[in-house]
Design a protein around this ligand. Structure first.
Ligand SMILES: N[C@@H](CCC(=O)N[C@@H](CS)C(=O)NCC(=O)O)C(=O)O
Length: 226
């Protein structure tokens, strides 16, 4: 398999799932701004929308849409236990993938990172954060992970909450979420995935002439799209 990714963007969740599943994969870096791939090719020849992730299977088939890719990996590697096997559990998994994908990723964080979004749009997106994260914190009370044990939905949520570093959203407001993210980041496969992508993220930002949000001595500010 081959994962087309941009560093620390939502495609990080697919890398985490691949590592947690113990799957063999190659990784193709897509520059978030230019859409250039490692070999100089244009990623839009792989996915015309230019959005990551895309997963290329061994037979050449291309899978897009993160929620579908995550469920594919969980089902293909059942021994990793990345998704429940019963109908009720599967339904809960889909609920969380949908919540993270729509209410958090696209509904709130995406506008915060969109360079073309006006200040009014960013303020609107920020106004959506508090009720959603408060509800999420209530749901996570007393649980280590969304479904009790780690699943691909956590790979997506950890990736999304990690973006708070580069936004005005302060997880300190929700100690449950802060503890959840800390727990997630401490997982060896998550830590490995972030450690591998962070230098690439910094290189991408440097090419854009931007500083890296949240690094020592520099103020965090809304930066390029994750
Ligand atoms: N619906 C897509 C959205 C993926 C998405 O938003 N990807 C972002 C990174 S987090 C992206 O590639 N943005 C680049 C762009 O919009 O040009 C999915 O769920 O896979």
């Amino acid at each position: 398999m081959k994962l087309y990714f941009s560093p620390l963007s939502c495609s990080l969740a697919a890398r985490i799932a691949l590592y947690e599943a113990g799957a063999e994969a190659e990784f193709v870096h897509v520059d978030r701004a230019t859409k250039a791939m490692d070999d100089g090719g244009d990623y839009r020849t792989i996915h015309p929308l230019g959005v990551v992730p895309t997963l290329r299977l061994e037979d050449g088939e291309l899978l897009t849409e993160l929620a579908a890719i995550l469920q594919y990996l969980a089902e293909r590697f059942p021994e990793a236990g990345l998704a429940p096997v019963d109908l009720r559990g599967r339904t809960e998994l889909r609920k969380w993938l949908s919540f993270v994908g729509t209410e958090l990723h696209k509904g709130t964080f995406f506008p915060l990172f969109d360079r073309s979004a006006s200040e009014a749009v960013k303020a609107y997106a920020l106004s959506k954060v508090e009720p959603r994260l408060s509800w999420l914190a209530d749901q996570l009370e007393g649980r280590d992970y969304l479904l009790g044990q780690f699943s691909v939905a956590d790979a997506y949520l950890i990736t999304t909450l990690h973006w708070c570093l580069a936004t005005p959203v302060r997880l300190e407001t929700w100690p449950t979420l802060k503890a959840y993210l800390k727990r997630g980041l401490a997982r060896p496969h998550v830590a490995r995935a972030i450690a591998e992508e962070k230098p690439l993220y910094m290189e991408d930002l440097a090419r854009l002439g931007e500083h890296v949000p949240g690094t020592a001595g520099q103020p965090a500010r809304i930066s390029s799209s994750p």
